[in-house]
Ligand binder design. Structure first.
Ligand SMILES: Nc1ncnc2c1ncn2[C@@H]1O[C@H](COP(=O)(O)OP(=O)(O)OP(=O)(O)O)[C@@H](O)[C@H]1O
Ligand SMILES: [Mg+2]
Length: 227
């Protein structure tokens, strides 16, 4: 056991896909503990299983073998209702393509997950604007996504992921559509918020991965011991 209590415990986690006679071993037996604070980067070649692993940690996908435990809950065994609740309360997702709702303003995008958690409107406005201000977007509250730069859209997406103050943020190539300067800003933000929660980020950008407290190298669905 690690000294710090783990937020995420992966025990022999695997995801195999059957395609006719062939089996694709997207993830193939991963054991890992990830502590309750700090930033972990997952790096590896295309097709190595990074997104698949992230989806299983975020309960967007179920493993075919092994156990995924997050915040004391074994996800494998949970019914769909509980998984929905887990995703809403425990995880904030950040995507490569931002996935903001185009006809809502920055403020409304960040307010939305608070509405799912039945937070009253004045409190939603207060929390969403304070998050956006913290991420340097105080002057952009009323902008719609098409009135924002890529880096700004991703900052709105991070604010949205933080709205319900989850202990875990999962980001799948959050800087894949950004230039290196905007990418660095996003990593600095992710690093900044990892002081009080776990941030797991999948990336191809090795220099950005170096900012993480820990780098997990993955190849052919397995962790590499000596990258
Ligand atoms: N639904 C599926 N059915 C069958 N095979 C799949 C499915 N999803 C993923 N795979 C396969 O599993 C492997 C891992 O995919 P994954 O998306 O996790 O890779 P990745 O490391 O995120 O790659 P990239 O860096 O390109 O995003 C790939 O070989 C992929 O083709
Ligand atoms: Mg991927």
């Amino acid at each position: 056991m690690s000294e710090k209590k783990a937020l995420i415990e992966l025990r022999d986690v695997a995801k195999h896909y059957k395609k006719g006679d062939e089996v694709v071993k997207a993830v193939d037996g991963i054991n890992q503990e990830i502590p309750t604070t700090g930033m972990v980067a997952i790096v590896g070649p295309s097709g190595s299983g990074k997104s698949t692993l992230l989806h299983m940690i975020g309960a967007m996908d179920r493993p075919t073998r092994g156990e995924v435990r997050v915040a004391g809950k074994v996800l494998n065994g949970l019914p769909e209702r509980e998984l929905t609740r887990f995703r809403r309360e425990t995880v904030g997702f950040v995507f490569q393509t931002f996935n903001l709702i185009p006809n809502l303003t920055a403020l409304e995008n960040v307010m939305l997950p608070l509405e799912f958690n039945r937070v009253p409107k004045p409190e939603r406005i207060r929390r969403a604007s304070s998050l956006l201000e913290r991420l340097g977007l105080g002057q952009r509250l009323k902008h719609r996504p098409n009135e924002l730069s890529g880096g700004e859209m991703q900052r709105v997406a991070i604010a949205r992921a933080l709205a319900n103050n989850p202990p875990l943020i999962l980001a799948d190539e959050p800087t894949g559509n950004l230039d290196s300067q905007a990418g660095r800003t996003i990593y600095e933000l992710l690093k900044g918020i990892s002081g009080e929660r776990t941030v797991v980020v999948v990336t191809h950008a090795e220099p950005l991965a170096q900012m993480a407290d820990r780098i997990l190298h993955i190849r052919d669905g397995r962790l590499e011991d000596h990258p």
